[in-house]
Design a protein around this ligand. Structure first.
Ligand SMILES: [Zn+2]
Ligand SMILES: [Zn+2]
Length: 276
């Protein structure tokens, strides 16, 4: 049996004002999550990265040519990558991953997930909002009467596997959702700060990590469902933007999109922090 990881001992509430991150860094300095340099109060402490490392990370997601389906960088292919072209039909309409899951990008994701570097969540939240606006803005645009409808478009966090929280000690996607929600409240009126809709639930299944593409797909079949299928859960957004940490074969995103579309969603997009 796996020994549970410690996880961050006590999660600061994502609804706390942003300056608390600076205060935290001042009281318990951890340095830049990438190069270890001492962080200045303000933006550096808030994001857990020094300015040059932050700029380096930001530059990485603007790769010139990406697959129109999964968002991976294209080298010699055109339009869609080989695995999307030869793979099964997908329920989602498009995915945008921010970084490759390697080198420094993997290092900061690990520092966030397992090293208690929660301030990186603030950095990820800013990039998620930028990706949402730049990549999916035209698809999500709401007009006229729809603008006042509560669930025209919303972030939808990918739910964790039951038991995962017990092992890692916390839910890093839910924490990000909390940060996005806070930004939504602070900037209400700006369409690009969407509300968060937690309408998905994951039923027990095997961990996806050791499985191949086909087994991952079968393992998740019917295991991601709407919370309170009989109308008791939150309303399904008409246009949903899923948020997850790592995109590997796309099975999880696909299963989520399938459940959302069954529940009435018209379009489902996804933003992931990394692609493997
Ligand atoms: Zn640095
Ligand atoms: Zn692709």
């Amino acid at each position: 049996m796996k020994t549970p990881l410690a996880g961050p001992r006590k999660l600061p509430d994502p609804r706390l004002p942003l300056w608390t991150a600076s205060l935290w860094e001042w009281a318990f300095p951890q340095g830049c999550a990438l190069c270890g340099k001492i962080l200045s109060p303000g933006a550096e402490a808030l994001y857990g990265l020094c300015v040059p490392c932050g700029e380096f990370m930001e530059a990485a997601w603007s790769v010139p040519v990406r697959c129109s389906r999964c968002g991976r960088e294209l080298v010699s292919e055109r339009g869609m990558c080989l695995s999307c072209r030869n793979g099964p039909e997908r329920a989602f309409d498009g995915i945008f991953p921010l970084f490759p899951y390697s080198g420094p990008y993997r290092k900061i994701l690990t520092a966030y997930k397992f090293g208690g570097r929660l301030s990186l969540g603030n950095f990820f939240a800013v990039l998620l909002l930028r990706a949402l606006k730049e990549r999916f803005g035209p698809f999500l645009a709401v007009k006229g009467r729809e603008e006042r409808m509560p669930h025209a478009a919303a972030w939808t966090p990918v739910p964790p596997r039951p038991g995962k929280i017990k092992y890692t000690g916390w839910d890093q996607i839910e924490y990000l959702a909390g940060l996005l929600e806070k930004k939504h409240r602070r900037k209400s009126g700006d369409f690009f700060t969407l509300p968060v809709c937690r309408c998905l639930e994951r039923l027990p299944s095997e961990s996806q990590k050791e499985l191949d593409r086909e087994k991952r797909r079968l393992n998740l079949k019917g295991r991601i469902v709407l919370r309170g299928e009989k109308g008791a859960g939150p309303a399904v957004p008409r246009r949903a933007v899923l948020v997850d940490d790592v995109y590997t074969t796309g099975s999880t995103m696909d299963a989520c999109a399938e459940a959302l579309k069954r529940g009435g969603a018209e379009q489902v997009y996804g933003i992931c922090l990394c692609y493997d």
